[in-house]
Structure formats: structure tokens, C-alpha cells
Design a protein around this ligand. Structure first.
Ligand SMILES: NC(=O)c1ccc[n+]([C@@H]2O[C@H](COP(=O)([O-])OP(=O)(O)OC[C@H]3O[C@@H](n4cnc5c(N)ncnc54)[C@H](OP(=O)(O)O)[C@@H]3O)[C@@H](O)[C@H]2O)c1
Length: 454
């Protein structure tokens, strides 16, 4: 079922009140988390969840959730355990669900199977569950322990957790740079900075993401594909005959400068172009007919074509000198061409430095986007950082120098004094082929006080 070898832990003396850190508990929960990780590339928008059922110290069943709409980890493990589930302990990396979604409640399945004890790593942040799954189990006479290896379990589902808790996706920014921190030559040329191994590593970051976001600057400079170019055999959890999921591609492009011939529009998968809301930008008149799109704003993939009648007065007539009406009309034309090329157009209100990125990300979260990978230039990457919307940086550093005429990693205006620095904590550092990969997050980081002697 999983390809992982079974773990057998010798039965000990029954303990009516087992301490949370018992070694066997930790071993089994670690295994449930490893099983959950099998779903890294397949479960979205659902969380990755694993379950191990143990009777008298022996693993009798295990399972992991593979796809939204498919069975959850618990019923798979219970089915594998059969009658042995009666009186057993179930280790689950996430609190079992207690609501009817696309599948029946897992709490009911655990109760019906006669499981005696359930250990969960973390409660489900989904407001439909949020502790009531555990309450239901307790009410059914099951002993419940929670919080074992919670940090490890949370690390598996950063996007699902953030979306449920804050209505935002988890955002990673990935950039490739030379050792002197340059992401492109002064000419804008940037392909390729890193070697093949690092570029392949990025494919896995893309494959686990629900959306990949770029800026129109990168799109115009590089005409990137922003797709996953791995085969099903490269990704654990995928069957040989299954297609690799393509994350939603999102282009941040205030004025719809994206050429309809852009490479990413011709590839499998969906592309959304977020532009400046013409009304919020002051482009449109009070007439609602001049909206770029029909329907309420922030509706998935609004179609510009829907609200345009062939005999609709052309605002160019009203404003021949390139004023707001003409610009709105030109934007409408570009939206139509991009839609015809397969893109969805999403108007977004303005923010401090272009589109309001938080509104865009909240919209993506409402589309059940869990993890977003930003692959953009210094302008958009810096803007997202300064807006406090980035959770993680993944920097690939190639062992060469591109000189100080090249482009930097992040455009961060307003950082002048040492005290203005943005503090990061390096979570992981490793060599990928000839290059370095640094993963950094916001977190406890002690910066030396400005002006202290070196
Ligand atoms: N080495 C790497 O890893 C890497 C990765 C990507 C790109 N690059 C290089 O970076 C260069 C392009 O970088 P770039 O900085 O010019 O472009 P970018 O960051 O990809 O895109 C910036 C553009 O996005 C639009 N935008 C809309 N709302 C925004 C907001 N809130 N904040 C920021 N931008 C917003 C703006 O154009 P509008 O006003 O027209 O909307 C802005 O000029 C290219 O040379 C490319 O090769 C390198």
C-alpha cells in the first residue's frame, strides 16, 4: 500500500495513563507523519494526513490521504486493520474530521471500529472541525491524546493551516542568484544562473505549490513557462498513469502588458492575470458599464467579453486624447485578447506598490490555494516581502559573481539604517549540485546591534 516497511514495537505493560512522550507513541506518530508526506504532491486543497493503527505494539494498519474526494487516512488504515482495530490505538497526524464533507466523518469510522485510544499530532484548524472531532471521540469513550510531534505535523501543511487560520496562503519566494546576490545581468539576462540540479530542485517546489506567481517584468524579460516538468515517476504518491498537476499560474500585471502569445498561455493548466481594477484605478467613469469585467469583482475568472455589447459606445469617441476612457477601452481590448488566448482576468484594487498583493492572495486562498511560490524579479519579490506576505525564502546561490551592475534580489526601498534590516532565520542550508540552497524564514534571529564592534 505504501511501500514502507512495518514497524514493530514490543508490547509493554498496559499503562492506564500513558505519558505523552512515550517512545512507542513517538515512533508511531513519526510514521503517521511520514505516511502523510506521501501526499505532498497530490492532496491539495486538502491537508496531507497519515494514520497508523497499533494493537499490542504491532502496526496492524496504516494509510494516508491521497486526493481530495478520495478516502481519508483513517478509513484506509482501519480497513487494513480489520477486526484488529478493536481496542487498538490510532495515531493520526491531524485531528479526525467529524463533519460530512466529500467523505463521511472519520470520527464515526474510528468509533464504529472500536478503537480504544486516538493520538493526534495537531487539532484541525478547519473551523468545521477545530477540536470537535476530539470531543466526539471522547464522548464515545475513546481516550484521546493530542500534541505529539505537533511541530513536525504542522510543517507538513503550512498552506492549509495558514489558509484556515488567517485566510491567506503560505507564500514562498524562490530566487536564484550569484554569490554576490545578483539575479540578472544589467541587460536583464538571467538564464541560467544555477546548474541543472538546482533547477530540477525548483521543479519539486513548483510541484507541491498550488499556484506560482510572477510579475509582468519577469514575464516580459524571460517569457517563462512556470510549469512542472516532472513525470509521475518523479513524484511520490502519483500513479504511473496519472497526470502531474499543474499549479495555477498567476501573473501580476497592472495594465495587462502580458502578450497573448506568452509561452505560459499555451501550456496545460490555468493562467490568471491579475490587473489593476480599472475603476479603483480611476480609469472608469461612474457608469457601471465601463467595468472591465462583468459580475462582482474577485469572482473566479471573470470574463471581460461577457459585458461588452458589440454596439456599446466606444469610450475612445469620448476621449480621443488618451485619457481615462481611451485607456480603459485599450485595457478592455487587451483583456479580450488575453481571454481569447486562455487567460482569466482578475481585477484587483491598487496597493502601495502596484496591485494590492494581500487582496490577491486572499482571493487565491478563497480559491483553496494553499501554497504559493513566487518566482518573480526584485520588484515583486521585494514588494511582497515589505507587505509582510512572505513566509519563506528559498535562495539558490551559484558559485559565480555577476558584478554590481546586475540586478539585486529584492527591491526594498526605505531600508537605510542597520536597524531597518529584515531579520531572517536560516532553517536549512544544503548543496544542490554545485550550488547552495538556503531556506530562511522569519523567526527568532539575533541581529548584532547596529554599530557594535565587529
Ligand atoms: N534570478 C532569478 O531567480 C529571477 C527570477 C525572476 C526574474 N528574474 C529577473 O528579474 C528581472 C525582472 O524583474 P522585475 O523586478 O523587473 O520584474 P517583476 O518583479 O517580475 O515584476 C514587477 C512588475 O510587476 C508589476 N506589479 C504589479 N503590482 C505590483 C506590486 N504590488 N509590487 C510589485 N510589482 C507589481 C509591476 O508592473 P506593472 O506596473 O506594469 O504592473 C512591476 O513592474 C528579469 O531580468 C528577470 O530575468 C530573475
Amino acid at each position: 500500500m505504501t511501500g514502507l516497511s512495518p514497524i514493530i514495537v514490543p508490547a509493554g505493560t498496559p499503562d492506564p495513563d500513558p505519558p505523552r512522550d512515550r517512545i512507542a507513541d513517538r515512533v508511531h506518530m513519526a510514521r503517521a507523519i511520514r505516511l502523510a508526506a506521501q501526499g505532498l504532491y497530490t492532496t491539495e486543497p486538502n491537508p496531507r494526513v497519515g494514520c497508523v493503527i497499533v494493537k499490542d505494539g504491532v502496526v496492524v494498519g496504516e494509510g494516508w490521504h491521497r486526493r481530495a474526494g478520495g478516502p481519508h487516512a483513517e478509513p484506509i488504515a482501519l480497513a487494513a486493520a480489520g477486526d484488529a482495530a478493536r481496542g487498538a490505538t490510532a495515531y493520526v497526524s491531524l485531528e479526525p474530521c467529524c463533519h460530512h464533507g466529500r467523505t463521511p466523518p472519520c470520527t464515526d469510522a474510528l468509533l464504529a471500529a472500536g478503537v480504544a485510544r486516538v493520538v493526534v499530532a495537531m487539532t484541525d484548524p478547519n473551523p468545521l472541525v477545530a477540536g470537535s472531532g476530539l470531543d466526539r471521540l471522547r464522548a464515545g469513550g475513546v481516550a484521546v491524546d493530542q500534541g505529539l510531534l505537533e511541530a513536525e505535523a504542522r510543517r507538513l501543511n503550512p498552506g492549509f493551516i495558514k489558509r484556515m487560520e488567517r485566510g491567506l496562503p503560505y507564500v514562498r519566494v524562490k530566487l536564484a542568484a550569484s554569490l554576490d546576490g545578483r539575479t540578472a545581468m544589467a541587460s536583464g539576462e538571467s538564464q541560467w544562473i544555477t546548474a541543472a540540479a538546482a533547477r530540477r530542485d525548483v521543479q519539486y517546489l513548483r510541484a507541491r505549490s498550488s499556484a506560482i506567481l510572477t510579475g509582468v517584468g519577469t514575464l516580459l524579460a524571460d517569457d517563462p513557462s512556470l510549469n512542472v516538468r516532472l513525470s509521475p515517476t518523479d513524484l511520490p504518491g502519483l500513479g504511473l498513469d496519472e497526470a502531474v498537476r499543474q499549479p495555477l499560474r498567476v501573473v501580476v500585471d497592472s495594465r495587462l502588458r502580458t502578450p497573448p502569445t506568452s509561452r505560459l498561455l499555451g501550456l496545460p493548466g490555468q493562467t490568471l492575470i491579475a490587473c489593476l481594477d480599472p475603476e479603483a484605478d480611476g480609469l472608469s467613469s461612474d457608469n457601471p458599464e465601463t467595468h472591465l469585467t462583468a459580475g462582482p469583482h474577485l469572482t473566479p475568472f471573470p470574463t471581460a467579453s461577457r459585458d461588452r455589447e458589440p454596439d456599446q459606445p466606444i469610450s475612445r469617441e469620448l476621449d480621443r486624447n488618451g485619457g481615462p476612457h481611451a485607456r480603459l477601452e485599450a485595457m478592455r481590448e487587451r483583456a479580450l485578447r488575453l481571454e481569447a488566448a486562455g487567460a482569466g482576468i482578475l481585477p484587483v484594487p491598487p496597493g502601495p506598490r502596484g496591485l494590492d498583493l494581500e487582496t490577491l492572495l486572499r482571493y487565491l486562498a478563497r480559491m483553496e490555494i494553499n501554497e504559493v511560490l513566487i518566482e518573480a524579479g526584485a520588484t515583486l519579490a521585494g514588494s511582497a516581502l515589505q507587505a509582510g506576505l512572505v513566509d519563506e525564502l528559498v535562495l539558490y546561490l551559484a558559485p559565480h559573481l555577476m558584478g554590481d551592475g546586475g540586478l539585486g534580489l529584492f527591491h526594498l526601498p526605505g531600508l537605510e539604517r542597520m536597524g531597518d534590516r529584515l531579520a531572517l532565520h536560516v532553517q536549512d542550508l544544503r548543496k544542490i549540485g554545485p550550488d547552495l540552497r538556503i531556506t530562511a524564514v522569519w523567526g527568532p534571529c539575533v541581529l548584532p546591534p547596529s554599530g557594535s564592534p565587529g
